[in-house]
Design a protein around this ligand. Sequence first.
Ligand code: CTP
Ligand code: MG
Length: 260
Amino acid sequence: MIEAKNGTCAVVIVAAGSGERLGHGMPKAKVPLGGEPMLAHAVRGVVQAGVAGHIVIAVPAGDDELRELCQILAAEVGEDTGLAWSVVDGGADRSASVRAALEMLGDAVTTVLIHDAARPLAPSGVFDRVTAALRDGAKAVIPALAVVDTIKTVVPAGLPNTGAGVERVSGTPARNRLRAVQTPQGFELATLRKAHAHAATLDAAAAAEITDDAMLVEAIGEDVYVVQGSTHSLKITTPTDLLLAEAMLAGPLRPRWVEG
Ligand code: CTP
Ligand code: MG
C-alpha cells in the first residue's frame, strides 16, 4: 500500500450491506447498474472527483468477489497517481463498517469523507462542495436537498370505533426547514473518531437507529454544516431506485455530463 501524504483527505466507501430491500439476493455493491457492479460506479465517481489521497472500501466480511473487484479498480487507476487504497471487512451495521474503515487511516490523514456505495452516481460537484466547506473550517459537513413532500411525525394509534391499528399524526415540522441528507459526508478526522468512539459504546438497538455519521457528530455537540446535494446522489434502496438510476445512466440526464 502507498502511504497517504500529509494533510490527505481520505474517502471511505461503505459497501458492506446485504442489500435486503433491493431483493437481488446479493450485496447491493455487486448488483449490476449499466452492466457493471454498483461498487464500480461508486469507486470511479470518487476517483473522478479527485479529492481522495486514500480510498478505503468496506466490503462484506469474506466476500472475495468484491475484494477482487476493488483490486481491479485500483489497478485501473494505476500506482503512479500516489493514491493509497485499502479494503476492509465491514461490520454488522453501517457505523461498524465506518469504524473498521477509519482504523486504516494513518496520521497523515486530516479529513475524511464517508460515502455510501449505494449512491453510485453522486457527481463530482457534491464532493467539491463538501471538501470546500471543510477547507473553510467546518468540522462536519453534509450534502442535502430540500424535501418536496410534506413530512409528518406519527405515533401508533387505533381507529376510534374499531381500535384497528393504524398511525396518528403527532406533528408537522415546517417543510422549509427540513432537508433530505445524502453522502458523501465530510469530517475533520479527529472529530469523526471522537463521535464514533461514543457510538461504539451503544447497545444493538441504539446502534440500529444510527443512519448517518453526522448524527453521531451532532450527539457530541459539534456543529454540522449543510451544502447543496444532488438529485443524482439518490440512494439505491428499492427496485424503483435502481430503475431510476439505470434511466439516468442511459439517458441525457447522465449525471457526469450535466452536473457541476
Ligand atoms: N453498509 C455497510 N455495512 C453494513 C450495512 C450497510 O457498509 N453493515 C453500507 C451499504 O453497503 C450501503 C450504505 O451502508 O452502501 C447504506 O446502507 P443501505 O442503503 O441500508 O444498504 P444495505 O444495508 O445493503 O441495504 P438493506 O438495508 O436493504 O439490506
Ligand atoms: Mg441497511
